[in-house]
Design a protein around this ligand. Structure first.
Ligand code: SAM
Length: 277
């Protein structure tokens, strides 16, 4: 965007302050080409707070982190997601992984999963559907779904989606797992309680301590690692590994890789990894 078209003065110094704060807090690397994106996402905050420009916004953010930092992080995270995104992962889950878990866990009858970086919930709800469609009724599914962004987590916990978000789902799945809204909500659907009961949503910054207990039978951390540097990726993969037994699976996003990182994971294809040690 041309400088003279901007509503609020915004400089590279401002951008540098903001991206440094973002990196320190969330681990997210912000390249130069996100200069305009930061302006468009944060100008809403500048307007809302009534400060005259981005320089004042930076000062406000640093002086009142308790008030503004959450809003800042919510504004700059990229939350793109969809139901059954990267379908091959869900096919693998139903066709290959579940038959294995059904055998291995037949005494315990419980599957524990972590969706790390769950955004507005489409990913953990898709996992819940995929599992519930294939598991016998006396099995329990426990999915921990976490994200840094509190705004998307609220939407995820509500489980309410506009029709366009579920348009690609087969009719059978839609009828089985969603209730259609009425009146003012006629253009929306809500995830059925049966599915919601399987998921516990919680805010968690992957860069900080993880106050949670494993072990998990598998972990989804998809389209999150892409924002982190090599060292952070390696450290996260190892921390995931510490919460999983040998043989458990880690699913990452289509443009991500653990290649050349020292982790205890082996690629088994299609961005799916198995813990080998
Ligand atoms: C592009 S979305 C991916 C959503 C989903 N996993 C998928 O693949 O469809 C990335 C998510 O990672 C979250 N995120 C980014 N940095 C994070 C961090 N340090 N800790 C936890 N979540 C983070 C963002 O808030 C965002 O919701």
């Amino acid at each position: 965007m041309k400088e003279n078209l901007r509503e609020f003065p915004y400089t590279w110094d401002d951008f540098n302050v903001l991206r440094k704060l973002s990196n320190e807090h969330s681990g997210i690397l912000v390249p130069d080409d996100k200069f305009d994106m930061f302006y468009s996402r944060l100008s809403k905050r500048v307007r809302k707070l009534g400060v005259p420009d981005f320089e004042h916004y930076c000062r406000f953010l640093q002086a009142h982190p308790d008030r503004e930092f959450g809003e800042f992080i919510n504004a700059i995270t990229t939350n793109l997601t969809s139901f059954f995104r990267e379908r091959h992962h869900f096919d693998y889950l139903q066709e290959q992984l579940l038959p294995k878990l059904l055998k291995e866990k037949k005494a315990e009858k419980q599957v524990r999963v972590w969706s790390a970086g769950c955004s507005s919930g489409e990913e953990p709800y898709s996992i819940a559907m995929a599992l519930a469609e294939r598991l016998p009724g006396d099995w329990t599914v426990k999915i921990l779904a976490t994200d840094l962004d509190t705004q998307v987590l609220r939407a995820a916990a509500d489980g309410v989606y506009t029709m366009d978000r579920v348009a690609a789902l087969p009719r059978q799945r839609l009828q089985r797992w969603f209730r259609k809204g009425t009146g003012r909500n006629a253009d929306k659907v809500k995830v059925k309680e049966e599915l919601q009961r399987m998921i516990h949503f919680k805010q968690l910054n992957l860069m900080k301590e993880w106050p949670l207990k494993g072990p998990f039978d598998f972990i989804f951390c998809r389209n999150v690692l892409i924002y982190f540097d090599r060292t952070t990726k390696e450290s996260l993969a190892n921390r995931f590994g510490a919460l999983m037994p040998a043989g458990a699976h880690l699913f990452i996003g289509h443009s991500e890789s653990l290649h050349a990182l020292e982790t205890g994971f082996k690629l088994i294809g299609n961005t799916i990894y198995r813990k080998i040690q």
